[in-house]
Structures are given as C-alpha cells and as structure tokens.
Design a binder for this molecule. Structure first.
Ligand SMILES: [Zn+2]
Length: 105
C-alpha cells in the first residue's frame, strides 16, 4: 500500500516544465487572454532535413476564446532538435507573456 502511494507521488512529481510549454495569446478581435499547453513529447511533428541529418519540430494549435467571441487564433511553432522554440507565428492574435495572462485571469 505504502509502496504504491510512493510510486504515485513520484509520478505526479515528474517535472512537467520539461514536458509542456505554456502558450499565452491575446485575441485580436476582443482582447481576451487565452492559454494552452503544448505537450513537447506528443504534439510535435518531426521535420527531417533533406540529408536526414538534422531534425526540427513543428506544431500548429488553434485557440478559440470562449468569453466574448469565437475567433480562432492560429499559432504555429517551430522547435530545434532540443525542442526549444526557434520560430513562432500567430494569426488572429498576439503572443503575450505568462505574467500578462495571469494579470487578467
Ligand atoms: Zn476574441
């Protein structure tokens, strides 16, 4: 019993910061701040270069506000081989910081 409890708490203590990337955006149309998470292990699609040497990752997310309007905000992120963001694009909104998001939540 105690053993399983320990395992469970160990699993839940896995550092999620390594696994997910918080994404914070503001809707261009109504100004609503939105948040989503990218799962770095599951959401990324690998893109291999022509020589098969390097790899980058790509993910596309669509966020839709719920409070004032339903405009889709499309986000595209490109990651390097270490899953660090190297390029990002957004349509229908703007990127904001976690602090800006929290200030409004
Ligand atoms: Zn909106």
């Amino acid at each position: 019993m105690g053993f399983f409890k320990k395992v469970a708490s160990f699993l839940s203590a896995t550092p999620t910061d390594m696994e997910t990337l918080g994404l914070y955006v503001r809707c261009d149309k109504c100004g609503e701040a939105l948040r989503t998470h990218i799962h770095l292990r599951h959401d990324l699609s690998p893109i291999y270069d022509e020589g098969g040497q390097g790899v980058t990752y790509f993910v596309r997310k669509t966020l839709v506000g719920s409070k004032r309007c339903f405009q889709p905000i499309e986000v595209e992120l490109t990651f390097d081989a270490n899953r660090k963001v190297i390029a990002r694009e957004i349509t229908g909104g703007q990127f904001i910081t976690e602090e800006e998001y929290e200030a409004e939540a």
